[in-house]
Design a protein. Structure first.
Length: 148
């Protein structure tokens, strides 16, 4: 991620909040959690040596310019400990959606052919058996951080 003064200040603030160096940062879309329904939130995924964080962005659309009443935005944040993660892998979008909707217990790996036509979905599976599903713009550093 290219950084300007505003983004450098933002990341310095995150460093102060977490008390640790930010080792990974990527734009991301949180698609959902196993059996909890779809979330579809765009935001930032970032990590320190021992914890991963996600926070969404406030959405706006062309319709917002014409609406008199602005929708109330509630920031969504979450985090988890790196040692809680069992693995991270690329899975098919359809099986991720089925897991999110409680129709499947385990997501299926993304096939090579479908990978040419679809954005990859990354499953972060926890030792507890639950999973988070993301679209990530820069997954390689997170994979390394999580030890996969």
């Amino acid at each position: 991620m290219e950084e300007n003064n505003e983004s450098m200040e933002f990341w310095e603030e995150k460093k102060q909040e977490t008390g640790k160096e930010i080792l990974f940062k990527s734009f991301a879309r949180f698609i959902g959690e196993t059996a909890k329904g779809s979330s579809e939130l765009s935001g930032l995924l970032y990590a320190t040596e021992d914890r991963v964080y996600f926070e969404d962005f406030e959405k706006s659309s062309m319709l917002d310019m014409f609406m008199k009443k602005k929708r109330k935005y509630e920031k969504y944040t979450m985090n988890f400990l790196v040692p809680e993660v069992e693995n991270m892998r690329k899975v098919s979008a359809s099986s991720a959606a089925a897991c999110i909707n409680g129709e499947l217990d385990d997501a299926k790996p993304q096939g090579a052919v479908m990978g040419l036509f679809n954005s990859p979905v990354w499953e972060i599976r926890f030792k507890s058996g639950t999973s988070y599903f993301f679209e990530l713009f820069e997954p390689a550093a997170l994979i390394k951080l999580l030890g996969n």
